[in-house]
Design a protein. Structure first.
Length: 256
């Protein structure tokens, strides 16, 4: 079996600042990888480079497509990369407004993704949208409401439905619970965990919250100053961290 995604020596600079330096790893089908670290550690820059949203200064990202073999993400044409992003990939933003069209209904947000992969039958599209609203625990009577009328937690669940309706193989998540109340976070995390397992999704999730990483990920990478300083199975890294920085991160979430 080949890795689904392979990063080699990814490096990205912004002027004199190195946001990401020499990052290499493989992601396997169905694996959830957590990328953790403090704000400014390079997590989101890395995620954007992996997802083709940002071009690295060095290194490459290889993706094993469903039908066309291995492709170099940053050598694809813009059109090919956009097609990949709306078919085999999903991207869940921290702020759901960045991942939704706020001026159209919830059903249309989900339906647009289906239309992008060729769906044309209105009844079938609407039924799929309804089914996915139910799966993300949103009342069906909100199908024709716009996301502007939704709470933050509902918007995030709608964004997840929009991403997963096309049955992607890989989903990128950037702080998906950031900015939500604790009770809303817990509900969202339970939902994400069940859907990831049910759909056998590969996920790369960026988070500063080690509790989120522990709940969702099989493996974690700890970033500091743009570099990966520690990586391993999630429980192994969080229960017995080797690096002083990781030890500090872990101790900061423990009660005094």
């Amino acid at each position: 079996m080949k890795p689904l995604l392979s990063a080699r020596n990814l490096t990205k600079r912004f002027g004199n600042r190195i946001a990401c330096h020499g990052v290499s790893f493989d992601l396997w089908p169905g694996e959830v990888l957590g990328v953790v670290g403090e704000s400014g550690s390079g997590k989101t820059t890395l995620l954007n480079c992996l997802a083709g949203r940002m071009t690295p200064d060095e290194g490459n990202v290889a993706y094993e497509t469903a039908s066309a073999g291995t492709v170099d993400v940053h050598r694809l044409s813009e059109a090919r990369r956009r097609l990949l992003a709306r078919t085999e990939w999903g991207f869940v933003h921290q702020d759901a407004r960045e991942g939704l069209r706020m001026g159209v209904s919830a059903g249309a947000n989900i339906g647009e993704r289906l239309m992008a992969i060729g769906a044309r039958h209105y009844g079938n599209i609407r039924q799929s949208a309804s089914d996915w609203l139910e799966r993300v625990e949103i009342d069906l009577d909100r199908l024709d409401d716009r996301p502007t009328t939704y709470s933050g937690g509902m918007r995030q669940r709608l964004q997840i439905a929009r991403n997963l309706v096309s049955e992607p193989r890989l989903v990128f998540m950037d702080e998906p619970t950031g900015g939500l109340d604790v009770s809303v976070q817990a509900r969202l995390l339970d939902l994400v965990r069940s859907l990831v397992a049910e759909l056998h999704l590969a996920v790369i999730i960026v988070t500063h919250d080690l509790a989120v990483a522990r709940l969702l990920s099989h493996r974690v990478m700890v970033m500091k100053g743009g570099r990966v300083i520690e990586t391993g199975l999630t429980d192994q890294v969080l229960d017995d961290p080797r690096e002083p920085y990781t030890q500090l991160l872990v101790s900061s979430i423990l009660p005094p």
